[in-house]
Ligand binder design. Structure first.
Ligand SMILES: Nc1ncnc2c1ncn2[C@@H]1O[C@H](COP(=O)(O)OP(=O)(O)OP(=O)(O)O)[C@@H](O)[C@H]1O
Ligand SMILES: [Mg+2]
Length: 288
């Protein structure tokens, strides 16, 4: 599942292998690996990497008037393939050449609907990441307004929620404010677009960086790895929603006794198939 290009390898993330093309550019190979609870599983999801790149490109271009991004215009994938020594599970759709950014160490999470850890938080405290909420919300209800709930990568590898004041300490008040406002603006634009195509974007995470002194949208954008997508025709608050994203994998893993430490378990063929289909379904619905 991992790749080899004849370029300096800067690192392997849970999903992406990152190579240095030159001082200003990186080559990302978005693999078919899937991680859940911060553990990379031994089973790949066919075509997942290419779908993530396609969806990210689509949104980055759509939001380009709102904020710049790390995409290199033009299709450099064939060019980058020239560096491929062995790309076992790789098609050209998995390769993306991007501008190298100084990444900002804030995970910009936006939540439109209450679920996951937010729902657990609310049931215990009546608030989500410090945002006080009305009483009587049901699981999967929409928030009165989308919530910005930033996080930071903790040393353990798991994200740790932080409040807005803490993001000001980390990146400065002006940048922290920009990150918050941009995240909410992009989320709302994406949410409204997706809703017209029968998809509710329950929540998502953005990453920003600085390129040539300008803030830029980086990493991946509104993909089924970074977001929860709910088919709106099946939406019914008060229960877990059917999710066209990585939730399929998480839900399966929750049925096991696995303790969420490496190594992760293999996924059965049926789960692989369901997940692959969900990822492609999302891409098709968004881009048709
Ligand atoms: N333009 C860019 N320049 C430099 N680094 C980038 C750029 N865009 C994204 N990154 C970083 O590259 C890495 C992408 O790899 P990957 O998504 O596999 O990372 P990860 O953090 O391990 O996974 P996860 O998304 O689950 O946190 C991330 O660390 C991300 O912050
Ligand atoms: Mg990532």
């Amino acid at each position: 599942m991992s790749t080899t290009l004849t370029l300096p390898l800067l690192g392997r993330g849970k999903v992406r292998d990152i190579y240095e093309l030159d001082a200003q550019h990186l080559v990302f190979v978005t693999s078919n690996r899937v991680s859940a609870f911060d553990v990379v599983l031994p089973t790949a999801i066919p075509n997942k990497g290419a779908v993530l790149n396609r969806v990210t490109r689509f949104w980055m271009r759509k939001f380009a008037q709102i904020v710049g991004n790390h995409l290199v215009l033009g299709d450099y994938s064939d060019f980058a393939r020239g560096f491929a020594e062995s790309l076992p599970d790789t098609t050209s759709g998995q390769i993306e050449v991007v501008k190298r950014a100084e990444m900002l160490p804030v995970e910009c999470v936006v939540r439109g609907f209450i679920t996951g850890s937010g729902w657990k938080d609310y049931k215990r405290t009546g608030a989500v990441c410090g945002h006080k909420l009305p009483e009587g919300m049901l699981h999967a209800d929409a928030f009165p307004e989308p919530l910005y709930t930033p996080a930071t990568k903790a040393t353990s590898g798991h994200d740790e929620n932080i409040d807005f004041a803490r993001t000001c300490d980390i990146v400065g008040m002006e940048m922290a404010t920009k990150l918050r406002d941009l995240s909410l603006q992009i989320y709302c634009a994406g949410r409204d677009y997706a809703r017209e195509r029968g998809i509710l974007i329950a929540d998502t995470k953005f990453e920003f960086g600085v390129i040539d002194g300008e803030i830029a949208l980086c990493d991946e954008v509104l993909t089924p790895d970074s977001s929860r997508f709910w088919p709106s025709d099946q939406y019914a608050p008060g229960r877990e929603q059917n999710s066209l994203d990585k939730q399929i994998v998480r839900n399966y893993l929750e049925t096991l006794t696995w303790d969420k430490t490496p190594p992760g378990p293999e996924l059965p063929a049926q789960i692989v198939e369901l997940t692959a289909r969900a990822y492609e379904d999302i891409a098709d619905r968004l881009m048709r």
